[in-house]
Design a protein around this ligand. Structure first.
Ligand code: IPE
Ligand code: IPE
Ligand code: MG
Length: 256
């Protein structure tokens, strides 16, 4: 169904919002390429989209937003691009921290940020500490994040606990694995949005998205708007989440 701009707001059911939205923010490079601009300009435009989408999620009353900002594989990119992305992160946090804090947004980082440049680490620590007691949107930034590395870390920790006699293998459960991940204490995403059309997950939250609803749009991240977000939420609200079971209508038929 093709909708005109700003048309999804009225269609959203306020009592059926996804609790946790995750976004693979892709397409910055293609956006810049289309405009004959350097890729870095695409990342800058993408940062502006991120500001808008965090604000939109906060205004809508979404509980958790997780964005994929830099993957463990993104180190393969040219040094200049990686360096620009790190500087952009620092700029984003410095510029936005006051507004985010005022809006009760709580910032958390998923991923090993100890290997980022020191200035990034300091800015991240500051943002986490400043917003730590806030009660609004939980804003997770996946930075130097890779899902396989996260799961590998969990396996190593559990193996260590077995080796030291703290636990035995029978005690390992889905919950105990979840507790070893960066997302411990955070419910799994309900909705995963990927911009720029790629039909893949690119090592993002592999364990956590077992039953997440996927929504992929051709729209490039710098062009993604609040109405696109609402479109994704509206689409999510039309889905029948069965989690491997039967929907309530089918269940009623069987019980009849
Ligand atoms: C996403 O945009 C941003 C990061 C991965 C950091 P890309 O830079 O991957 O943009 P494309 O995929 O080249 O268009
Ligand atoms: C995924 O995008 C990572 C982020 C958005 C940070 P990529 O552009 O790195 O993914 P691939 O390489 O197309 O799979
Ligand atoms: Mg990409």
């Amino acid at each position: 169904m093709v909708k005109k701009n700003n048309s999804y707001e009225k269609l959203i059911q306020a009592d059926n919002l996804p609790c946790h939205i995750a976004i693979i923010m892709d397409g910055n490079g293609r956006w810049a390429h289309k405009r004959l601009l350097p890729r870095t300009m695409g990342h800058r435009a993408g940062m502006n989209t991120l500001k808008e989408i965090v604000r939109a999620c906060s205004d809508l009353g979404i509980k958790i937003l997780t964005v994929y900002a830099f993957s463990t594989e993104n180190w393969k990119r040219p040094w200049e691009e990686v360096d620009y992305l790190m500087k952009l992160l620092v700029e984003f946090l410095r510029k936005e921290i006051n507004e985010l804090n005022q809006n009760q947004v709580r910032i958390k980082v998923l991923g090993n940020y100890n290997s980022l440049p020191l200035v990034c680490q300091a800015e991240i620590e500051d943002a986490i500490n400043t917003t730590n007691n806030n009660s609004g949107l939980l804003f997770n930034i996946a930075l130097n994040y890779g899902s396989r590395q996260e799961i590998l870390g969990a396996v190593k920790n559990l193996a260590q606990q077995i080796a030291s006699g703290e636990i035995n293998p029978d005690m390992i459960s889905e919950e105990s694995i979840s507790r070893q991940l960066y997302t411990k204490d955070i419910p799994d995403p309900d909705l995963l949005i990927r911009t720029a059309g790629e039909m893949r997950i690119s090592n993002f939250l592999l364990w956590q998205i077992a039953y997440t609803e996927l929504w992929i749009t051709e729209c490039l991240w710098p062009e993604f708007t609040k109405d696109d977000l609402l479109h994704a939420i509206w689409d999510y609200q039309q889905r029948d989440r069965r989690f491997g079971g039967l929907n309530s209508e089918r269940q009623d038929e069987i019980n009849a």
